[in-house]
Design a protein around this ligand. Structure first.
Ligand SMILES: [Zn+2]
Ligand SMILES: [Zn+2]
Length: 380
């Protein structure tokens, strides 16, 4: 593969500084820019100087080139349209000439665009979110028009090349600036930048290439999702205009609160009330959990505010094995109304325990309201 003479192309010496190389390229680029001078030979020259600049302006590539390698020669012909992957052609153009007015890339833009994403809310109860479910969802969406298969043109017709921009999708304008004459481009106002005009739009879709419809999809909702979880269904959104690819459909999970169990992550919390006597003497409670009736062992001497865990009785962990726990908070009920006999019995108990006039002692380990407040201020 013949090695190009990049120094010769830019007309600089082999020991030229980065600044000299930049100056030489700018001078040539102004002369040879395709918008200023569109004939094919000049365009070819322009590509050559741009390629030379691409190599010589990058110290790494220049060093490689000086050692005998040509970064562009491997791709299949130096100079011959070697604008391969990774070649920041438009970057260089933008750096010198400013981005083309609003148009972005060169050439006509495609009518096909990606469809929008859609989000639908799915309300679940705790059992469904915690253990997974399957739902049939009705979605209003757009599908590709079968009459024109997305092209937007009536059957048997094709879009015509725009006569204002000759299919380029953009129109150019010469302005004067400190660099001299500069060409700026903007999207063609006649065809909207598409480079073509649909003279006979498809009747079915009015030229959009897609039609609105309602479809039913069956989705599996994994166990362990919670309020606010988003599930992405790739490609299930609406199809794009002009036969473009579909967007994604997102399911936003809304979890209805449960009347007994409060969910925190994978754990469930609930509160049971037990009479003072049961807390003191101990008992077996039968309580309803998501797994059916469970026997709960209340030890003698259970305190109000104590938590009894039932391990593995929470909800399924999302995308993991195992389940959270069910944490049962105990609330000891103090009898509010006593008949005479009960009152006598309790008084007798208090006397036996020496609790007729208990001291106002602080509970061990429990912080007072003020010390908690102080810690909050000190960031503890
Ligand atoms: Zn159509
Ligand atoms: Zn046009």
């Amino acid at each position: 593969m013949a090695k190009s003479d990049y120094y010769g192309t830019l007309g600089v010496r082999r020991d030229a500084s980065a600044e000299e190389i930049k100056k030489a390229y700018r001078r040539l680029a102004r002369e040879l820019h395709p918008d200023v001078n569109p004939d094919p030979e000049t365009q070819e020259r322009f590509k050559e100087i741009t390629q030379a600049y691409e190599v010589l302006s990058d110290s790494g590539k220049r060093q490689m080139y000086d050692m005998g390698a040509d970064p562009f020669a491997s791709g299949g012909g130096a100079g011959a349209g070697g604008f391969g992957a990774g070649f920041p052609f438009s970057d260089i153009m933008d750096a010198f000439f400013g981005a083309a007015g609003g148009g972005g890339g060169r050439g006509p833009r495609s009518r096909a665009r990606r469809g929008r994403n859609a989000t639908i809310r799915v309300e679940l109860d705790l059992r469904e979110s915690g253990f997974g479910t399957t739902r049939e969802l009705v979605v209003d969406t757009a599908v590709v028009c079968e009459v024109c298969t997305g092209s937007g043109a009536a059957a048997g017709t094709h879009p015509d090349t725009c006569d204002m921009c000759h299919g380029r999708g953009e129109v150019s304008q010469v302005t004067r600036s400190f660099l001299g004459q500069v060409m700026t481009s903007r999207p063609c106002p006649q065809c909207g930048g598409f480079g073509s005009i649909i003279r006979n739009p498809c009747q079915e879709c009015s030229g959009d290439g897609r039609v609105r419809t309602r479809r039913t999809i069956k989705v599996r909702i994994p166990a362990g999702v919670e309020d606010g979880t988003h599930i992405q269904l790739a490609g299930e959104g609406e199809i794009g205009p002009g036969g473009g690819p579909p967007g994604d459909l997102f399911l936003e999970i809304v979890e209805r609160p449960h009347e007994i169990f409060e969910r925190r992550g994978d754990d469930l919390h609930c509160t049971v009330q037990i009479p003072m006597t049961a807390a003191a003497l101990g008992t077996i409670l039968t309580m309803e959990t998501l797994d059916g009736a469970e026997e709960l062992d209340i030890r003698p001497g259970t305190q109000s505010g104590q938590t009894i865990p039932l391990y593995g009785r929470g909800v399924q962990r999302l995308n993991e094995s195992g389940r959270g726990d069910l944490l049962i908070h105990v609330n000891v009920e103090t009898p509010a109304r006593l008949d005479t006999e009960q009152e006598q019995l309790l008084k007798e108990l208090a006397r036996l325990r020496g609790e007729e006039r208990p001291p106002g002692k602080f509970a061990p380990g429990q912080q007072s309201f003020f010390s908690r407040l102080r810690d909050a201020f000190n960031g503890r």
